[in-house]
Design a protein around this ligand. Structure first.
Ligand code: DQA
Length: 152
């Protein structure tokens, strides 16, 4: 099973960026965590980060046939990007949305996620541990669908 772990804008700055909100862990720590969890689950995880909406749209569009599902932190694009939502809907792969912070406890403009409705579910507020739980939830979701005979 192949999992694509996508991180959106400014997440390359993790560890230095508003550490009181996002914590001290870096993007490299997220990638190491994803590799460890993937090995434990017996799956392959590929991590990518971009600050560019179109790049993220392209990666999601190329995912069917290469990946079985996505873990995605769309970062600020969560709240603004119809294009990312449409890309996720078009790819029709199971996706789990993750946020380091609890977006619902922050500014009101963060309360709306345009992407969550086309995801299987959303995890937020637990720092980088959220990526681990998102991966576990995604793999379990894909496996249970496979057992029920869904093709994707
Ligand atoms: C974030 C929350 C978003 O509102 C914000 O724009 C981010 C990070 C999070 O992981 O908590 O860049 O997605």
């Amino acid at each position: 099973m192949n999992i694509l772990v996508l991180n959106g804008p400014n997440l390359n700055l993790l560890g230095r960026r508003e550490p009181d909100v996002y914590g001290s862990a870096t993007l490299a720590d997220v990638e190491a965590l994803a590799a460890r969890v993937a090995a434990e689950l017996g799956v392959h995880a590929e991590c990518r980060q971009s600050n560019h909406e179109g790049q993220l749209v392209d990666w999601i569009g190329q995912a069917p046939g290469r990946f079985d599902g996505l873990v995605i932190n769309p970062a600020a694009y969560t709240h603004t990007s119809v294009a990312l939502r449409d890309a996720l809907a078009a790819a029709a792969l199971p996706a789990v949305e993750v946020h380091l912070s609890n977006v619902h406890a922050r500014e009101s403009f963060r309360h709306l996620s345009l992407t969550a409705p086309v995801c299987v579910g959303q995890i937020g507020g637990f720092g980088i541990r959220g990526y681990e739980w998102a991966m576990r939830a995604l793999v379990e979701h894909i496996q249970s669908r496979q057992q029920k005979g869904h093709s994707r």
